[in-house]
Design a protein around this ligand. Structure first.
Ligand code: UFG
Length: 324
């Protein structure tokens, strides 16, 4: 297939590019490098610098490169806390970006999209294990903008000849086995647990703050569904092939049916190093438990995560050690 990967120089997008190239596909990357990095660009992929909120950038790209079989979209802002402080930046980048993209896909007759959405669309879930049909009720602008995009894509598929695959990610972490790409450890504003605990394990950070131990869970700390970024990338590849084989559009959770508490993550990381931590107060907006049902992904794509929590922690530590 010929694939356009928007945001292909970023953390998750670059892992998809590696899987596409391992599977012998042609890859064009379009990225504004706001959070992505040129070092993540695979040598066999072609790179264009540009922004999807800028119509001219997209027209210029699609006038030069044509006949894409599928477009993958990763170019979003995704920090929940930042979205609470700068909601309009999230609406502009995430919603206007996808609107401009869809308009140009229609104009240039590109009719398949794989879109990255998030567990944040569920808000405070009413059940411990989220199913795709559950109520969506985002509690932050990040989740809200992703839900708007999901709906925009669905409405476009009504009127245009558009097929879509939407993936709702749970807690993505880890890095490629080659250690050539991984999480952006140079970003000073880290908020995610696995990168932070990795830095504690390597002595780059003094300690981990555990945000609350008074939740209604088995040990009082929040439970999340952690998924290795390579498993996630493989689901995208399967999703694209599914659409290219003429199947219907789909919306799927990507997770493992299983969750770990923050204290369990600390225990699992102790295998590699001592972890200094301190219990601090709850972080605003954290639901106590967030786990994905992946039954539908198994059924529709025959996808299931292959890598385990230890693979996530190990690749995260090894990659961080390598680059810093
Ligand atoms: N946590 C800590 N200390 C830290 C960082 C995190 O205790 O320094 C805890 C959080 O409170 C939470 C868990 O670790 O209980 C996981 O937190 P992350 O920040 O790693 O991830 P979130 O679950 O908050 O966020 C993830 C995705 C978001 C998505 C959200 C849906 O990264 O993109 O799930 O709720 F929107």
């Amino acid at each position: 297939m010929k694939a356009l990967v928007i945001g292909g120089a970023g953390y998750i997008g670059s892992h998809l590019v590696y899987e596409l190239i391992r599977d012998n596909h042609e890859v064009i990357i379009f990225d504004n490098l706001s959070t992505g990095n040129k070092n993540n660009v695979h040598s066999k992929a072609k790179f264009y610098l540009g922004d999807i909120t800028n119509n001219e950038d997209l027209v210029s790209l699609l006038s030069k490169e044509s006949n894409f079989d599928v477009v993958f979209h990763f170019a979003a802002k995704l920090i929940v806390s930042e979205s609470m402080e700068k909601p309009l930046e999230y609406y502009y980048n995430n919603v206007e970006g996808v609107r401009t993209l869809l308009e140009n896909m229609n104009k240039f007759k590109l009719n398949k999209i794989i879109f990255s959405s998030t567990a944040a669309v569920y808000g405070n879930p009413i059940k411990d294990i989220c199913e795709e049909e559950d109520l969506t009720n985002p509690i932050n602008p990040y989740g809200e903008t992703k839900l708007i995009c999901e709906k925009m894509i669905k409405w476009c598929s009504h009127v245009n000849n558009l097929k879509y695959g939407i993936f709702r990610y749970f807690n993505v972490a880890g890095g490629d086995k080659s250690l050539e790409i991984g999480y952006d450890y140079h970003n000073p504003n880290k908020t995610h647990l696995i990168p932070i605990i990795t830095e504690v394990a390597l002595g780059i950070r003094e300690k981990l703050n555990v945000y609350g131990n008074d939740y209604d869970t088995r040990d009082g700390t929040c439970i999340r569904d952690y998924i290795h970024v390579t498993d996630l990338a493989k689901a995208h590849l399967l999703g694209a092939k599914h659409l290219l084989s003429g199947n219907d559009s789909f919306l799927l959770n990507l997770g493992s049916n299983n969750g770990y508490s923050v204290l369990e993550i600390i225990e699992a990381t102790k295998k590699y190093a001592q972890i200094n931590y301190e219990i601090s107060k709850r972080r605003e907006g954290d639901p106590s438990i967030l786990i994905a049902s992946n039954e539908k992904a198994k059924e529709v794509l025959n996808w299931r995560p292959e890598l385990k929590l230890d693979d996530i922690i190990k690749t995260s530590i090894e990659y961080c050690k390598k680059i810093l």
